[in-house]
Ligand binder design. Structure first.
Ligand SMILES: Cc1ncc(COP(=O)(O)O)c(C=O)c1O
Length: 410
């Protein structure tokens, strides 16, 4: 069994009891299954095997170096969205020819770093950015390979905060203007316009927006190639959801590949959540059981600063005891210690009645978990542990108070 499941009544990660990890490393603690990460990457990669392709893992989902390095060894590329992620991906051993650089607000320094690295593609999101990339490349005597991120005005039917392909969203260039932007590039000596890209949202459960995006991109790529542009790649972005009712990687590939398969372009995909989301949990310890005016609260030691998704998006993440579940159940909220009412992981949920000191596992926390953690309420960010071949190792230590004050001055 890879990933998380019960053995002798105890919740384990690749055979290692989570209670043991909480005892050894403290809580809150992120725990990842190396085997589950490998398995989801391989499955995703295999789903696209029918076409020339590259899976550019979206580093924003989880940019821990050990995870990036692991994916690099499996042949992954990366989708990065900042100079920091670019450095992290390169340091983890992902070669520049496998990295695409997205983002609506790249700074001059970030553009220069992308150009200098010689990336597979810089994804430009405006004419002004295109001019800047060209100028940076021309100044250093190179030509940058660029793909245009287009906004196809497609509703991903996901949470509004993570829908990115609607005309009102800040991302990309209106697909109707794509040709005009490509034409503009003919006067720019530092860019080679070799691809198109779109990413319409995240945590998508519905295949319609995904297949429509692929169709729009395919049509656009064909017309641009016919107009003489050296199109090599069509990048359909990421966005595949996880959890109950999620599309499998095979169903996802079946939704996006039909318009692309007959074309002479390499297909790029940028999954983040689908690779690491299910491969991680956040362990937290029960501090108090509280009952006020008929309402129960399980107060745990992880807060919204450690794992933001429930507070930010109202995301529901299953929670279960790491130890043997009690036979009694409780109707309760599970809340953190942060001074915000929004600091809740579950509301009005039925859980096996925990006791003070019990360890709970918050599931599907491998993506957009630690990367979104903050020091709000002056709380140190949690440690991260990777379970690999039955052994656990710390891949990021827990922050200490000294880490938080280190950059301060009087
Ligand atoms: C450009 C781009 N690509 C890929 C992703 C990854 O999305 P997901 O983790 O939902 O697959 C994102 C997420 O925001 C993104 O903005």
């Amino acid at each position: 069994m890879t990933g998380f499941g019960r053995r002798d009544g105890l919740l384990v990660c690749d055979g290692v009891p989570l209670e043991t990890l909480a005892r050894d490393h403290g809580t809150p603690l992120y725990v990842y299954s190396g085997a589950a990460i490998d398995e989801s990457f391989r499955r995703f990669d295999a789903a696209f095997a029918a076409v020339p392709h590259l899976v550019c893992y979206a580093a924003k989902a989880n940019s821990a170096r050990a995870i990036l390095a692991r994916l690099a060894r499996l042949g992954a590329g990366a989708d990065v969205v900042s100079g920091g992620e670019l450095r992290a991906a390169l340091a983890a051993g992902i070669s520049p020819e496998r990295i695409v650089f997205s983002g609506v607000g790249k700074t001059d320094d970030e553009i220069a770093a992308g150009v200098a690295a010689g990336l597979l593609a810089i994804h430009v999101e405006s004419v002004r950015e295109l001019e800047k990339v060209s100028a940076a490349a021309a100044a250093s005597g190179t030509v940058a390979r660029v793909a245009l991120r287009v906004n196809p005005d497609i509703d991903a039917r996901s949470h509004p905060h993570i829908s990115t392909g609607l005309s009102e969203n800040k991302f990309g260039v209106d697909i109707a203007r794509a040709r005009e932007v490509f034409e503009r590039s003919r006067a720019l000596p530092g860019v080679r316009m070799a691809g198109v890209q779109a990413h319409v949202g995240s945590q998508i459960f519905d295949e319609a927006p995904l297949s429509r995006t692929a169709c729009e991109l395919a049509t656009l790529a064909v017309s641009l190639a016919a107009a003489g542009f050296p199109i090599e790649t069509v990048d359909v972005g990421g966005g595949l959801g996880i959890g109950d009712g999620a599309l499998t990687p095979e169903a996802y590939a079946a939704a996006v590949l039909p318009p692309l398969r007959p074309l002479p372009f390499r297909v790029l995909v940028e999954p983040g959540r689908a690779i690491v989301g299910r491969a991680g949990v956040l362990l937290t310890r029960v501090l108090y059981l509280k009952r006020e005016r008929e309402k129960n609260f399980v107060v745990v030691d992880a807060g919204m600063n450690d794992f933001l998704r429930p507070a930010l998006y109202g995301a529901a993440h299953a929670i279960e005891p790491a130890g043997r579940p009690s036979d009694e159940s409780v109707f309760t909220d599970v809340v953190g210690p942060v001074c915000e009412t929004g600091d809740a992981f579950l509301r009005d949920a039925v859980l096996p009645l925990p006791r003070e000191g019990d360890v709970l596992a918050i599931h599907d926390a491998g993506a957009y978990g630690h990367v979104m953690a903050s020091n709000y309420n002056f709380r140190p960010r949690p440690a991260e542990v990777l379970v690999d071949g039955g052994a656990a190792r710390v891949i990021r230590r827990r922050e200490a108070h000294e880490d938080l004050v280190r950059l301060e001055a009087e």
